[in-house]
Design a protein around this ligand. Structure first.
Ligand SMILES: [Zn+2]
Length: 382
C-alpha cells in the first residue's frame, strides 16, 4: 500500500519550487514529474509546444468517465528577490505556511494531482474510468500549452475538468475571457512649429482609444455570474521630443470579456473602428496579441456538489460557488464544451497571494487538498 508521508509530500514540493520555471523552464518540471511517474510505472508523455516549452500528459485507468485534472508548471517572476523574507526558490516553512515562488500559484495543486494519481494507481483504487493529468506550459503568458492540448484532442473525451489553481474556499465554475491588443498609429514627423507639415500619430490614437473605451465600458450587456465586460488601456507610448510632432504612437489594451460580448465581437469592433479612422487619414493598425475566451458553465454538477461536501469535511469550510474575473487554462481547454460541462477551479493556496512577494500556501491546506482530490476522483468514478 503506497501512502505518501507528509515528509515526502513536502520534499517533492520543495524539489519543484527549486526549479526556476519562470517562463521557458517548464521542461525541467515536466522531466521531474515524468521521472516520478516512471518510478510507479505510470506512463507519461511530453507534448512539445515550442522548441523550448512542453506540456506533460499522464494517465491512469481506462474507459469513462474521463476526469481531466490540470495545472500549469510555470510561475511568474519573483520580482526583486531581496524583498523576499527567504529565498523564493527554497521552500521555507514558517508559522504553518510554506513559502516560495509557485507554492500557491500553483505547484502545491500540481503536486497533489500527481501524487493522488500515483497512490490510486499503486493501490489499485481506481476501479472505473480514467484520470488524465495535464500539466501545461506558459499559462501565465497566454496559455500556449493549454491551446496545444485542446488542438491535439486531449480534451475530446473528457467528462470532467478541474484546474488546481489557488481557490481554497471558492469553487470557480465560470470566468471571464481575456483579450490583448497592440495598436499602432503611424503619422509623419514634423517640427512642432509647423505641424501641418506632418501628421501627429497621437491624435487619432487617443480618439480611437477613447471611442472604444466608451463603446466597451459603456455597453450595458451583463452576464448574471460574470457581470460586465471591462476594458483598460494599460500602455501608451509616443513621441520623443517636446518640439517634434510624433510619427508613431503605440498603445496596449486588455479587455475582460463575457459570453454576451465575446472576443470575436470585440476584435471586430477594434477593426471596424480603426477602418473608420483610417478613412479619415489615420494609419492605425490593430494586432491581437492574446485571445482567451470566457468560460461559462452552469456550475450544476455532481462534481461541484461532491467538492462542496469534501470542503466541509477536510477544510471545515462552507465552500462558495462563484464566477471570477480571472482567467485559467479552462479558456483553451473548454473551447468546444457547452455550459452543462462540469468545470471548476479549486485548489490549495490563497487567491490573493498569486504573483506576490512572500507567496505561500498553508501547509494544512496543501495536505487537505490531497485528500479532497483523492476522494473526489473516487467519488466520481465509483
Ligand atoms: Zn496560476
Amino acid at each position: 500500500m503506497k501512502q505518501f508521508t507528509e515528509e515526502e509530500k513536502i520534499q517533492i514540493l520543495s524539489d519543484l519550487i527549486a526549479i526556476r520555471s519562470v517562463n521557458e523552464n517548464e521542461i525541467e518540471v515536466a522531466n521531474y514529474l515524468k521521472d516520478l511517474f516512471a518510478v510507479y510505472d505510470i506512463e507519461s508523455k511530453i507534448v512539445p509546444v515550442t522548441d523550448t516549452r512542453v506540456n506533460l500528459i499522464a494517465e491512469i485507468g481506462s474507459g469513462s468517465p474521463v476526469i481531466g485534472v490540470s495545472g500549469h508548471m510555470d510561475v511568474v517572476s519573483p520580482g526583486d528577490e531581496s524583498e523576499w523574507t527567504s529565498d523564493p526558490f527554497t521552500l521555507t516553512e514558517r508559522d504553518g505556511k510554506l513559502y516560495g515562488r509557485g507554492t500557491n500559484d500553483m505547484k502545491a495543486g500540481l503536486v497533489n494531482l500527481a501524487l493522488v494519481m500515483i497512490e490510486l494507481k499503486e493501490n489499485n483504487q481506481l476501479t472505473n474510468g480514467t484520470v488524465r493529468f495535464m500539466a501545461t506550459t506558459g499559462e501565465e503568458v497566454g496559455g500556449a500549452g493549454s491551446k496545444k492540448l485542446y488542438e491535439e484532442g486531449y480534451m475530446d473525451d473528457v467528462d470532467y475538468l478541474w484546474v488546481a489553481e489557488p481557490s481554497p474556499d471558492t469553487i470557480i465554475y465560470s470566468h471571464k475571457g481575456s483579450l490583448n491588443f497592440r495598436i499602432t498609429s503611424i503619422g509623419e514627423a514634423a517640427h512642432s512649429s509647423m505641424p501641418d507639415q506632418g501628421y501627429n500619430a497621437i491624435n487619432p490614437l487617443m480618439a480611437y482609444l477613447l471611442e472604444l473605451d466608451e463603446k466597451l465600458n459603456g455597453d450595458d450587456r451583463k452576464n448574471d455570474v460574470l457581470d460586465q465586460l471591462v476594458m483598460s488601456t494599460t500602455i501608451f507610448n509616443a513621441g520623443n521630443q517636446v518640439n517634434s510632432v510624433p510619427e508613431k504612437a503605440e498603445a496596449e489594451i486588455n479587455v475582460r470579456t463575457i459570453p454576451e460580448f465575446d472576443n470575436d465581437e470585440v476584435i471586430d469592433l477594434f477593426h471596424t473602428t480603426a477602418d473608420k479612422y483610417n478613412q479619415e487619414g489615420a494609419n492605425i493598425e490593430v494586432e491581437v496579441t492574446m485571445s482567451l475566451p470566457s468560460v461559462f458553465t452552469s456550475g450544476q454538477s455532481d462534481m461541484v456538489d461532491l467538492t462542496k461536501d469534501l470542503g466541509k469535511k477536510y477544510l471545515d469550510l462552507d465552500i462558495a460557488v462563484k464566477g471570477s474575473p480571472g482567467v485559467t487554462d479552462g479558456s483553451n481547454l473548454l473551447r468546444d464544451k457547452d455550459e452543462t460541462f462540469p468545470f471548476m477551479m479549486f485548489g490549495p493556496g490563497e487567491t490573493k497571494m498569486a504573483h506576490k512577494t512572500d507567496e505561500y500556501v498553508y501547509k494544512d491546506y496543501y495536505f487537505a487538498f490531497f485528500d479532497i482530490y483523492k476522494e473526489l476522483i473516487l467519488g466520481l468514478t465509483k
